[in-house]
Each structure stands twice: as C-alpha cells, then as structure tokens.
Design a protein. Structure first.
Length: 343
C-alpha cells in the first residue's frame, strides 16, 4: 500500500459521503495534534476526471490540514469506481472513527437499504459491518423522529442537558408523532435517564388514558410525568387488591363514589395550565413538526412553466394559505422573543 503526498488543491471532498457532522472542538484538537506531531494516518482518495482526486475517507483530516494551510497531505490512492463499494468502505471506516454520530449511521444504513442503487438487507449490513441486526434496526428507528429531535442526538450514554442519547429515545419510538417528538424534547431539557423515560413511555402507551389527558400531560416537566406514572401505578396496585369482606349494611342509594374511584389518577393529575406552559407546549409542537429549511432545486421554478392555468391557480392558492400561516406564526413568536429579550 503506497502512500503519496498530494496537493490539497487537487483534492475534492465527497458531498455524498455518510459523514457530514464535524465537531468544532474536536477539529481544533486535531489541528493542534497535526501541528505538533504531523498527520499520522493518511486519507484515502480515488482518481477522477481532470487529474483530480475525490476523498473516500478522511474528510476531517483533510479539513484540518486545509485550515492549517498545508500544501500537501499523505494519501492512499485507488482507482475504485463502484459506487456501492465506495459507500460501504466509507461507512466501515467511519464506524471506527470518533464523532460518527448515531443519526449519520442511521441515515447511511437506511440509504443502503432503501436506495434502489443499493437495496441491501439488514442481514447483509450486519454481516458486512460486524454488528448485530438489532444494532442496525435500532439505529434506523431514530429516523422516526423529526429534525428538531435528530439534531440533539449524540453518541455514548452520558446524559447531557438539551442532548439525547439513543437509550433515551428508543423507548419513545413507537408513540404517535404528536406525543413522541414533544416528549423527546422534554426528556432532553430535563435530562431524564433512560429508566425514567421507559416509565413515561408506558404512561403514554396506556390505553386506559384518554388522548385528551395525554395531551394535557405534555404540559408537565419530566419529573412531573414520572410522578404521574408513580401515582398511576400505585392506584392500579390498590385496585387490583382483593376486596376485604365487610359486615352487611343496610342498602343506601348508590352514589358516584364508585365511579370516582375507578377514574384513573392520571385524569385528575394535570394541574391548571399556566400561560407559560401553554406557550412552551406550542413552541415544542411547532419545533417537532416543522422541518429544517432546505432550498428547493432550481428546477422547481422552471417546472412551474409546465403547469396549466388550473394547476397554477390551485398551487398559488395553497402557497398563499401556507404564507398566511407562516406570517401569523412568525409575527407571534417575534413579538414574544422581543418581550423575552427586553426582560
């Protein structure tokens, strides 16, 4: 395996590679190491047209050397052209590297299984990367969550404020979206451990609790939800106890006591909602369902010319409805932001 020094100016990054998140602190630390002892591990590139090279793996090392203003970088050069083999090697290499995030893994595995160019099975991926099938499946489950949750996902098991580990998220994966993403944001904010998240997830899976009550529970904090689960479990245990024999009594008109006793504790637990809680819930719901902005391709504008008059009018009507909703939301939240900043 020959290693050659190539000019950085002749090397292009691969925008389709599975890794695209680069931690700034880790990148600065890598630059410091390169300055002190040099780059110990070469990057791998493949030849492309025009006498240039495209990175297969080593983007982070390439970025560090480029920032340092180095003229060349050590490279392993290959003539690989098979797109699938290149992508598989990129994933395999990144799985051994620090900072390959769980969501990047999930997107890479999902692409290999769903992209017609690859169409690989879970079994194939598990064998190829030396991982259990459950590992691949659990990673892909993370894609059920919206962008506002995905961007909080980190590797490892350390619980950090406003961050989420896989262990915190997986208990919530099968909940409906209107509960799943807002709950994930609450778990991140309140740093709830996986053991508590599992209990809260069971609370929201309970079919005896109405959807309206579950909606009200979203106003609670993580510890508040855990307390609700605890009270509910206590009440269920009490109701399951055999009734003690009692001395005969004269019959009395039936009251509503029995009906009240059978009502779940959860139905009466939600406290009156404060204006702040209502605002916070609405903000979480918007963040959970509103996708991150990505510009449409230039072809989208050109395609409008192909519409007939009826299609164009219908599209304009829907655009106006969307813009009206977005303007209303923007005005409301901009006003609230200014009030918060002034205080």
């Amino acid at each position: 395996m020959d290693i050659v020094q190539l000019p950085l100016t002749q090397i292009d990054e691969d925008t389709d590679q599975p890794r695209y998140q680069f931690d700034e602190e880790a990148l600065v630390e890598l630059m410091r190491n390169i300055e002190e002892i040099g780059l110990l591990s070469p990057i791998k590139v493949r030849t492309i047209d025009g006498g240039r090279y495209k990175i297969i793996y080593g983007n982070r090392r390439y970025k560090a050397c480029k920032r340092l203003g180095l003229a060349t970088i050590p490279c392993i050069v290959t003539n690989m052209t098979d797109e699938q083999e290149i992508y598989l090697e990129q994933i395999a290499e990144n799985l051994t590297r620090q900072g390959f995030s769980p969501i990047e893994e999930a997107e890479a595995f999902n692409k290999l299984m769903t992209d017609p160019k690859f169409s690989r099975s879970v079994k194939f991926l598990a064998s190829k990367f030396g991982k259990p099938e459950s590992y691949i499946k659990n990673k892909c489950e993370l894609l059920k969550f919206g962008n506002s949750v995905r961007k909080l996902i980190i590797g490892g098991t350390e619980i950090r404020k406003d961050r989420l580990t896989e262990d915190q998220l997986l208990p919530l994966k099968d909940l409906p979206m209107e509960h799943r993403d807002p709950l994930a944001l609450i778990m991140a904010r309140d740093e709830m451990p996986p053991s508590d998240v599992k209990k809260i997830a069971k609370l929201f899976k309970d079919k005896d609790i109405s959807a309206a009550t579950k909606d009200k529970l979203l106003y609670k904090s993580g510890p508040g939800l855990l307390e609700t689960w605890s009270v509910q479990q206590h009440n269920k245990a009490e109701k399951s106890k055999p009734a003690e024999p009692k001395a005969p009594k004269a019959e009395k008109p039936k009251s509503t006591e029995t009906e009240t006793a059978t009502t779940t504790a959860v139905e009466t637990i939600p406290a009156p909602v404060s204006p702040y809680e209502a605002m916070d819930k609405k903000l979480n719901q918007l963040l959970a369902v509103l996708p991150s902005f990505t510009p449409l391709p230039n072809e989208a504008a050109l395609s409008l010319q192909e519409l007939n008059p009826e299609e164009r009018m219908e599209l304009i009507r829907r655009m106006e409805a969307l813009l009206e909703q977005l303007r209303s939301h923007a005005e409301e939240w901009d006003k609230l932001k200014k009030i918060a900043a002034a205080n």
